[in-house]
Design a binder for this molecule. Structure first.
Ligand SMILES: [Zn+2]
Ligand SMILES: [Zn+2]
Length: 141
């Protein structure tokens, strides 16, 4: 796969492979892109439906953003999920989390931060943490 570019700037996203799930993190701004394929593969190992998640996003009010999809589909949409603004692509199903959004997600679920062994807090660039926050978010729907 060709390197993806951060929607927030000319940053090349680094590939993170966590438990077989491939996500893309921006070391420049701390954001993370979870492609539709990432969300789909989660469903193979956890009780998670990428389709249900996509349908949930589509039912929420969405506004256009100026942010380009890293995979070249066009502009991302933005929807608010539990007070957290998620930028997502209606074409490929990917979801972008900026650094602040990830922090806000994790702040709502301190259990996740406590579950990490050692360290002073969650590693916000860790795709696994983002995915866990996502699951927690979905649990309440
Ligand atoms: Zn970036
Ligand atoms: Zn896309």
């Amino acid at each position: 796969m060709a390197a993806l570019t951060c929607p927030l700037g000319p940053h090349v996203l680094g590939v993170r492979d966590v438990e077989g799930h491939v996500g893309h993190c921006c070391s420049a701004c701390g954001g993370a892109w979870l492609p539709g394929s990432f969300l789909a593969t989660i469903g193979q190992s956890r009780n998670f439906s990428a389709q249900r998640f996509a349908e949930m996003l589509r039912t929420l009010p969405a506004r256009h953003t100026q942010l380009p999809c890293p995979q070249g589909c066009g502009e991302l949409f933005c929807s608010e999920v539990k007070g957290v603004a998620l930028d997502w692509c209606p074409a490929c199903g990917g979801v972008w989390f900026d650094r602040g959004e990830v922090a806000r997600l994790l702040a709502q679920y301190p259990r996740l931060a406590q579950a990490k062994k050692g360290g002073d807090g969650p590693d916000l660039s860790d795709v696994a943490d983002i995915a866990d926050a996502l699951f927690s978010l979905l649990d309440i729907f």
